[in-house]
Design a protein around this ligand. Structure first.
Ligand code: 13P
Length: 248
């Protein structure tokens, strides 16, 4: 944790759920308490409205998993940041490695999307992370530093933007980096944020993501500059998600 920074525990529901199951999941999360952390859930686009309804009046924020860089236009199948804000979203995950891999998203595109999010008063959660080959080659920190330079817009710090460090090889695999490696990467990300944004960079939240479970959350969340978690699989079970939040 970074002293004075309130942790954020975010659930990325990815392409999971039915109308009935996401309602139940949202209600389960909303029924819990997390005195030590802010909570955020990010369902698929089509589930934003019912989840917003289930979270009405509850202390759980709503986010989306992507947005288009343009506020409107002829972009069949895409969803704009103003549309997300209109449905009650206050966060948007951008540049997730699955988007970078499945849709070829570049740092420049992620940055443009983050700018669009900021223009609609959405807090961007910008994801960065190295592949296994890059880590084995000793390039992890340089890769992540480059992604930060390319993906973060200038207004990021002023808007309280969030960075999520998600090593690609740790996502959905049950494998995590060592605590030393997580701490080293988060320290590097902090240094990059301070270099770019000055004092404002010292309190931006840096989340860790990749196989976070109730059993490893406490150790990971206790590391310096780990200001929360971006949780995939374990966020699909309300009790597990809340157990991770309780560890913050
Ligand atoms: P898992 O927690 O399933 O490894 O997913 C992490 C992730 O990609 C969150 O965005």
């Amino acid at each position: 944790m970074t002293p004075g920074v309130r942790p954020l525990i975010a659930g990325n529901w990815k392409m999971h759920g039915t109308l009935a199951s996401v309602r139940e999941l949202a209600e389960g999360v909303a029924a819990g308490t997390a005195p030590g952390a802010d909570l955020l859930v990010c369902p698929a686009f089509v589930h934003l409205s019912p989840v917003a309804a289930a979270l009405q009046g509850k202390a759980v924020a709503l986010g989306a998993q992507d947005c288009h860089a343009n506020p409107k236009g002829a972009h069949t199948g895409d969803v704009s940041a103003p549309m997300l804000a209109d449905l009650g979203a206050s966060f948007v995950i951008l540049g997730h490695s699955e988007r970078r891999a499945d849709h070829g998203e570049t740092d420049a595109e992620v940055r443009a999307k983050a700018e669009a999010g900021l223009a609609s008063k959405l807090t961007p959660v910008v994801c960065v992370g190295e592949s296994e080959a890059q880590r084995l080659a000793g390039e992890a920190e340089e890769v992540v530093a480059g992604q930060l330079t390319g993906s973060l817009p200038d207004g990021f710090a002023a808007a309280g933007g969030v960075v999520a460090y998600e090593p690609v090889w740790a996502i959905g695999t049950g494998r995590t980096p060592t605590e030393e490696d997580i701490a080293a990467m988060h320290a590097r990300i902090r240094a990059e944020l301070e270099k770019r944004f000055g004092q404002a960079g010292s309190t931006l939240r840096i989340l860790y993501g990749g196989s976070v479970k109730p059993g490893n959350a406490k150790a990971i969340l206790a590391l310096p500059h780990v200001d929360g978690a971006l949780v995939g699989g374990a966020s699909l079970v309300a009790a597990d998600f809340l157990a991770i939040a309780a560890a913050a």
